[in-house]
Design a protein around this ligand. Sequence first.
Ligand code: IMP
Ligand code: MG
Length: 179
Amino acid sequence: MEKIDKILINAKDIRNRVAQMGALIQTDYAEKSPVVICVLKGAMVFYSDLVRQIDLPLIFDTISVSSYGAGTSSSGKINIIKDLDCDISGKDVIVVEDIIDSGLTMKTLTLTLKNRGAKSVKVCAFLDKPSGRRVDFKADYVGYQIGDEFVVGYGLDFDGKYRNLPYIGAISLDEGERE
Ligand code: IMP
Ligand code: MG
């Protein structure tokens, strides 16, 4: 059974960082009305905090993609489980993601969105785990870079659990639980 080892980022630090990220996006997209895509379910909590820090006429949409099973390592496949509702051709798009690990999900998804004719596609990720990269990918906005550890909370899960924690915690797994 896994357990929360330590709190990596507390709720107050999260609030301050998300406010900074929102302010940056508000400046970069001044006079624009970007489509802001929440990557379900991991980005839900970050997304709902972030959008309320951006005073622009945002258009909301959601997408659900899968690349992970119950374990903690990337399977390398991406399937769109629930697609966008809106047509993004000619639109400025911001993809909001919980964490970039191997980079496979965001690399594939951003390519797909560009191929649909989006005017611009940028990625805003709350966390970035550069040590996990298997493909070259860089997000445009990143909250925090973290090391090679598995984290939960603030939307991120382990086996479907811990998404509702108000902080980012690191979990330790028993031997044999890592895929
Ligand atoms: P990747 O960049 O394609 O490997 O996939 C990133 C996705 O893997 C994220 O959207 C998360 O759902 C999941 N993920 C990667 N690392 C973690 C972690 O430390 N905790 C929880 N989910 C993670
Ligand atoms: Mg995810």
